[in-house]
Design a protein around this ligand. Structure first.
Ligand code: 5GP
Length: 216
């Protein structure tokens, strides 16, 4: 009867630095074996504990620009003074295998993806309050004061772009935020436009046979 499209769905998570996108996507990956994460490429230096090829592909600006020229990116953007980009091939390979792919990218990147993949699901992760966001950025202790201020200012700009997204999830508590994102993904999988067209001819034949049966 109705067949689900074999290609996976693209899920775009954005939100200000410190909103908790990373924690949420890690939890989602643990709970859903059909979900995969697209590792981005960046010119930012690795933070303590970050692993090349797992958290990001860490490259020089020169290497990144070569990839731009080669057309390797689905999208890329300059964020907080560094380049970040999503590798097109990685995303396509996973989607073609029927896996859902999660991207954790900034708003400029999300808007670029929207132009190329309008059927992607755009979810904005919000911190409960701007004060809480500032406290999280400070507590994380991974950035200099100047970088924290830059990220905090950007956060305010980003929150004003929320209307470009399909969904918003307030991350006041990780478990409930994860459940909300899972619910969104589940609902999206049931959308009529994600189901291949019904084979109407077969249906007509079958309905006809069933009607004939009534008259027997
Ligand atoms: P961070 O340096 O904290 O890991 O990431 C900084 C910002 O860059 C975050 O908002 C994150 O979502 C965004 N980002 C990470 N990877 C990509 C990417 O591939 N493309 C874009 N446009 N943004 C990204």
């Amino acid at each position: 009867m109705n067949k689900k499209k074999n290609r996976g769905s693209l899920i775009v998570l954005s939100g200000p630095s410190g909103a908790g996108k990373g924690t949420i996507h890690n939890e989602l990956l643990k709970r859903d074996s059909n979900l995969t994460y697209s590792v981005s490429m960046t010119t930012r230096s690795p933070r303590d504990g970050e692993v090349d090829g797992v958290d990001y592909y860490f490259v020089s600006e020169e290497e990144f620009k070569k990839e731009i020229e080669k057309g390797s990116f689905l999208e890329y953007a300059l964020v907080h003074g560094n380049y970040y980009g999503t590798l097109k091939k990685n995303v396509d390979d996973s989607l073609d295998k029927g896996l859902d792919v999660i991207l954790e990218i900034d708003i400029q990147g999300a808007l670029n993806v929207k132009e190329k993949a309008s059927d992607a699901i755009f979810i904005f992760i919000m911190p409960p309050t701007m004060r809480e966001l500032r406290d999280r950025l400070v507590k994380r202790g991974t950035e200099t004061k100047e970088k924290i201020i830059e990220r905090f200012k950007n956060a305010y700009k980003e929150v004003n772009e929320i209307s470009k997204y399909n969904y918003v999830v307030i991350n006041d508590e990780v478990e409930s935020a994860v459940k909300k994102v899972q619910a969104i993904m589940l609902a999206e999988r049931c959308r009529v436009d994600r189901i291949e067209e019904f084979d109407l001819n077969n249906q007509e034949e079958l309905v006809h046979e069933l009607l004939v049966d009534f008259n027997k």
